[in-house]
Design a protein around this ligand. Structure first.
Ligand code: ADP
Ligand code: MG
Length: 256
């Protein structure tokens, strides 16, 4: 097969907080349409890495390229200069992100949460943004809850609204940071179902998760992070079924 251009290319990503080097040179490629599941112990740097992809976190060195564009920086004479905030926001608009704790606007209904960014950032008319938002709410199974406020929705429903909101800007890439970790066990499945559908429709996704069943079934690749580095990556069958590294085996023995 001819070399494809990865949608996401991370090279040599380093990040330190004070004296603690949290990311120690991470390289990662995600092809269009792939689902990359990022696993690893708490504190290994998964969230920081995900946040570097859309420049919510500024890497100390290394490059993040999404769809051929350097994220957060411009390069002149081999040196990187951080882009102005307005341009970073425009890049971020093409990357949807879903967090563990939903982060919905509490004073807005489900519908208003989903159509807010397209109206504010893309200046879509209320009618257009509403039609798109209703469509997306339908896709996550929540058409009937369009006028409900977050406090009247279950955690699983709130997270599905958050996914619809993430999709509203028509992103090329979706980032999920432990999207089911804050949910009661009986609500996990409905969120994973929505993510599974999204994957089946060809969305490129990077998913930090402890749901090994989901990773096994949906991931194109699994990457295991430990101590700020990717220790091992490959197909779910390899990484989860035949881990090559002792640290991966030790981690899996605790979560499986
Ligand atoms: P994970 O998502 O794998 O649990 P994180 O990326 O959240 O790991 O964190 C990795 C390490 O970086 C942890 O030790 C965490 O305490 C530290 N860390 C993360 N964000 C910050 C921050 N803003 N300031 C200081 N330390 C941080
Ligand atoms: Mg995390």
């Amino acid at each position: 097969m001819a070399d494809r251009q990865p949608l996401v290319r991370l090279r040599g990503i380093r990040k330190r907080f004070g004296s603690h080097e949290v990311l120690r040179g991470v390289d990662l490629d995600v092809q269009p349409g792939e689902v990359m599941c990022l696993i690893g112990a708490s504190g290994s740097g998964k969230s920081t890495l995900l946040r570097c992809v859309n420049h919510l976190e500024t890497p100390d060195s290394g490059r993040v390229v999404v769809d051929g564009d350097l994220v957060g920086y411009t390069e002149r004479d081999g040196k990187l200069y951080e882009l102005p905030e307005r341009q970073i926001r425009a890049q971020r608009a093409r990357i949807g992100m879903v967090f563990q704790h939903f982060h919905l606007f509490p004073h807005l209904t489900a519908l208003e949460n989903v159509r807010e960014a397209p109206m504010r950032v893309h200046r879509h008319s209320k009618a257009t943004a509403t039609a798109t938002a209703l469509d997306l709410l339908d896709r996550v199974g929540l058409a009937a809850k369009a006028d409900a406020y977050p406090r009247h929705l279950s955690g699983g429903q709130q997270q599905r609204v958050a996914i619809a909101r993430g999709l509203a800007m028509r992103p090329q890439l979706m980032l999920f940071d432990e999207p089911t970790s804050a949910l009661d066990p009986e609500l996990v499945g409905e969120v994973l179902d929505v993510m599974r559908d999204l994957a089946a429709q060809g969305m490129t996704m990077i998913v930090v998760t402890h749901e090994m069943g989901f990773a096994r079934e949906v991931a194109s690749q699994v990457a295991f992070m430990s101590d700020g580095q990717i220790v091992e990556r490959g197909t779910p069958a390899d990484v989860l079924g035949r881990p090559a590294h002792e640290r991966t085996r030790s981690f899996l023995s605790k979560v499986l």
